[in-house]
Ligand binder design. Structure first.
Ligand code: SAM
Length: 246
């Protein structure tokens, strides 16, 4: 699958096209709150923080401090740093952080970008305090049929087949001392309607869509526009997995 190079244009496209509106994440807020055992003042590590959409959500939802680790300069530049969001240049495989500095870690749509999953799992064990949980939000092979992109662009499922699977991820984390605690699919509302979702789609912001040829991309857009016209009030609901390890 074509990798996205997160330069300034791609970072801005990501911010505009891929960040989920905060009010579309109600189920995620509840599920994270139930499983992460967060309290105000704790520190959450956001690994592969991108433009900071989840860093700001964690700060606002749970009153925590966030260490937002992100390798791409252009993505980091868009993270709204403040007294509770510290932005750090770095990669999951070699975190530039001291031992035991965080109470939980969040990896949002980043697993499939990692060059070395095993090294990342060991780094997370090192920087998390005992009992700290790792929350992984990702598409997994064989579990992505309710992803809106897969629904309208079915060829994207083949790309997700190359992502690390649930068992592979759990094995990497088990070797680093983590146990699988839960796995659930959660809904998110990408846009109020399918038409608005279609308007927001940017191929250059999404490695799955960027990999499609023109004909397949246009065919998917036609399917999406047709579904939007058939049911104008239908919300653009997509599903992704939350895997919790601890
Ligand atoms: C699809 S974006 C997700 C951004 C954000 N977590 C979100 O959910 O909006 C993937 C991010 O992972 C970052 N990334 C790529 N390789 C990485 C690595 N080895 N360690 C940490 N982050 C990485 C990319 O630069 C990019 O910002």
């Amino acid at each position: 699958m074509a990798a996205i190079r997160y330069d300034a244009a791609a970072a801005e496209a990501y911010r505009r096209a891929r960040e989920i509106p905060r009010d579309g994440l109600t189920a995620w807020r509840a599920a994270i709150g139930a499983s992460a055992r967060l309290a105000p003042g704790m520190t959450v590590l956001d690994v592969g923080a991108g433009t900071g959409a989840f860093a700001t959500a964690f700060r606002d939802w749970y009153g925590v401090r966030v260490l937002a680790v992100e390798p791409a300069d252009a993505m980091r530049a868009l993270v709204p740093a403040d007294d509770r969001i510290e932005v750090v240049a770095g990669r999951a495989e070699s975190l530039p952080l001291p031992d035991g500095c965080a109470d939980a870690a969040w990896l949002g749509s980043v697993l499939h970008h990692l060059a070395d999953l095993d090294a990342a799992a060991h780094e997370l064990r090192r920087v998390l305090r005992p009992g700290g949980r790792v929350l992984v939000r990702n598409a997994f092979p064989g579990r992505c049929s309710r992803d809106l992109r897969v629904r309208f662009f079915p060829e994207t499922a083949a790309g997700i087949d190359d992502y690390p699977g649930v068992e592979r991820v759990c094995a990497a984390f088990a070797a680093a001392g983590f146990t699988r605690l839960s796995l659930e699919s959660l809904p998110q509302q990408n846009a109020p309607t399918l038409a608005e979702f279609a308007d927001r789609i940017r191929r250059d912001a999404d490695s799955k869509l960027a990999s499609l040829g023109d004909a397949r991309f246009e065919a998917g857009m036609a399917r999406l526009r047709s579904a939007a016209a058939a049911d104008p009030a239908a919300p653009a609901t997509s599903w992704m997995d939350l895997l919790v390890l601890g």
